[in-house]
Write a protein that binds this ligand. Structure first.
Ligand code: CU
Length: 637
């Protein structure tokens, strides 16, 4: 499955002017919740009549900025972004009548006998096409379309020309929801961010305008996710693990057997990829499901951002969102309580965490840090440890964590991967329920949150306010939850926390911030002993692109044993030796066991995922990517 690096999919757009096309009567393009299938069934054939339109789309709600785009409509109905949902049972023949109303030829993919981008049809201007396919295999798929690319790529106004195709099993199957991730972006080399305007959407809307998903406590929840953007998205659920039931690439969908399924809180959805997940809403309150790339929930992807600055007057309609400053790829979940609620834990172990900020730590950007109360760092005002202190908690033992904000920004802390109550979860203006909602912590203020970690494993804590600025500048730390009566062995447990040295103001052209491991751009050598079983706990909050980490013997990766993902132990059948080479995204956590068998030299490297062989070099306007860092690993007897 291919991956695009950060905004690489936008590169050809540099050559474009994404000006509005003249439109006759601007019709409104509606957001599509993907609840209702287009078309009708007759004589075993599902017939869908689609046509192309041009209209105005309001991804940030009716009061927000309008953009003119192309979109699909079911004939006789409003055009939608994403396009109409095609949903049938396996074995059904699907007959799509497609009218191209544009003055240009339309290339349509996804309706072929073997579905996917490899099987496309070109429809002449003002002509129609008649495509038939048998929806043979249950799964999640999609269709896309575009007019002739300009400068080699799909024009921004064609990025909404796509929709989901769901093939349900021939009988049965539980109710689910379909979420299509989309984007619309223009590139402006003269803007500090490299972007003109941009938005990222789920089912055609951007947070806080995305749909609120309402469940009752105890409900089983099933989602399908389709990524129609050219970037990968690490999709993260707060408060609960989800089971990954299927992953696909639009052409094939792999339904996992029980032995293949994993429990995760973050799953990467590659460009053009799909996934199906299931989880149980056991805790009441408000939660979020979001992309863990900080840029993808920042003002960078708000349409009201121009020249890198959010237009506060235009952003008025976002006011409800101001406490948490999120935009883009976020969905809000509300779980209504049902039955007896757990009492708040008592006898909690108190912990104090101090948030610090210092100016100009990363160039002109400030540095942030967590400091543990009661340690020498608390008295040393210059102490800015990155990552913050590792919190070693005991499974089943309540903690009361007081966060004291000594920075000049507002603060909020999320306990990533921990199954807890909603209020302490850490999303200001949202966590909690009804009117009892977690506030952000003002400068000089503090708040105490309480939770009881129910599971031993590797977790993390990080800022959930102005994430792009605060996380990239060091506001994170690891959490290791140990079994009662045990301790963390810091000799055999090696914690490797990946981050960045500040953030890239210009995510399109660079410069890109350096990657850091445990806060260092060039970490000290590691020392291991032959025959000792180590547990490497890998945490990632690094930037806006996938990170490649490998433990190498010479030029090739050695082998390690995966044992947990996102703090959840893998099933026994999945604990198999594999090449020590990991592509992972921010918001993911992996545990590996590694037992060196011979003395000698190994290296640990971390950096960007290399381009596939044959990738043409980027034009000089793009700055070089952050270098791959190599750490010496000495193995001795
Ligand atoms: Cu994303």
């Amino acid at each position: 499955m291919h991956r695009s690096k950060r905004f690489a999919a936008l590169i050809p757009l540099v050559l474009l002017t994404a000006g509005a096309r003249p439109v006759r009567a601007p019709e409104s393009i509606h957001a599509n919740e993907n609840r209702v299938a287009a078309g009708t069934l007759a004589n075993g054939v599902w017939t869908v009549r689609l046509e192309t339109r041009t209209g105005v789309w309001h991804p940030e709600g009716p009061e927000g900025r309008a953009i003119t785009v192309g979109a699909f409509a079911e004939v006789g109905k409003a055009a939608t972004a994403p396009g109409p949902l095609i949903r049938v049972r396996a074995g059904t023949t699907v007959h799509v009548l497609l009218q191209n109303n544009y003055d240009a030829p339309l290339t349509v993919s996804g309706f072929g006998k073997t579905r996917g981008a490899s099987d496309s049809t070109v429809i002449a201007p003002h002509a129609s096409a008649d495509v038939r396919f048998v929806a043979a295999s249950p799964g999640t798929y999609y269709y896309t379309a575009h007019r002739p690319p300009q400068g080699g790529n799909v024009a921004p106004e064609d990025l909404q020309l796509g929709g989901a195709i769901v093939v349900d099993p021939a009988s049965g199957s539980a109710a689910d929801r379909v979420f299509v991730i989309g984007w619309w972006l223009t590139v402006d080399p003269k803007s500090p961010t490299g972007l003109g305007r941009g938005t990222m959407t789920i089912n055609g809307l951007s947070w806080p305008h995305t749909e609120r998903l309402d469940y009752a406590q105890g409900d089983s929840v099933r989602w399908r996710v389709v990524n129609l953007t050219g970037a990968d998205h690490p999709m993260h659920l707060h408060g609960f693990y989800f089971r990954v039931n299927a992953r696909g690439d639009g052409i094939t969908d792999s339904l996992y057997t029980a032995e293949q399924q994993k429990m995760e809180v973050t799953q990467i959805v590659d460009p053009g990829a799909t996934m199906a997940v299931a989880w149980r809403a056991t805790q009441p309150g408000n939660w979020i499901f979001h992309c863990h790339y900080a840029t993808h929930l920042s003002t960078t992807v708000a349409l009201d951002t121009e020249n890198g600055e959010i237009d506060e007057s235009m952003a008025e309609h976002h006011r409800s969102d101001r406490p948490h400053q999120m935009y883009g790829l976020v969905m809000g979940i509300r779980v209504e309580p049902r039955g007896v609620q757990a009492a708040a834990p008592t006898g909690a172990r108190p912990i104090r965490l101090i948030v610090r900020e210092q100016p100009k730590v990363y160039g002109n950007q400030p540095g942030f840090s967590f400091v543990l109360g009661g340690t020498p760092d608390e008295l040393n005002r210059d102490a800015m440890p990155v990552p913050g202190p590792t919190l070693v908690l005991e499974r089943g033992k309540p903690v009361a964590i007081t966060i004291i904000n000594h920075s000049i920004d507002r603060a909020a802390v999320h306990w990533h991967g921990i199954e807890l109550e909603s209020y302490p979860d850490g999303v200001p203006g949202w966590s909690g329920a009804g009117t009892n909602v977690l506030p952000s912590i003002g400068p000089g203020d503090s708040i105490t949150v309480r939770f009881t970690p129910p599971r031993a494993g590797s977790f993390m804590y990080h800022s959930h306010f102005n994430e792009l600025r605060q996380i990239s500048a060091g506001l994170y730390g690891s959490i290791v939850v140990v079994e009662p009566g045990t301790r963390l062995n810091t000799e055999t447990d090696r914690l490797l926390f990946f981050g960045t040295a500040g953030y890239g103001i210009n995510p399109v052209f660079g410069p890109y911030p350096a990657f850091v491991m445990n806060g260092q751009t060039q970490p000290e050598p590691m020392n291991l002993k032959v025959g000792t079983k180590y547990r490497f706990r890998l945490f990632n909050l690094a930037g806006d692109e996938p990170l490649l980490v490998s433990l190498n013997a010479g030029a090739t990766p050695t082998a390690w044993l995966p044992v947990a993902k996102d703090g959840y132990p893998l099933q026994a059948a999945q604990v198999k030796s594999q090449a020590a080479k990991l592509v992972f995204d921010p918001g993911e956590i992996y545990d590996y066991e590694f037992t060196p068998t011979a003395s000698g030299e190994l290296t640990l490297s971390f950096g960007p995922v290399p381009d596939p062989p044959g990738t043409p070099p980027l034009p000089p306007i793009f700055q070089p990517r952050a270098p791959t860092v190599t750490v010496q690993v000495h193995v001795h007897q």
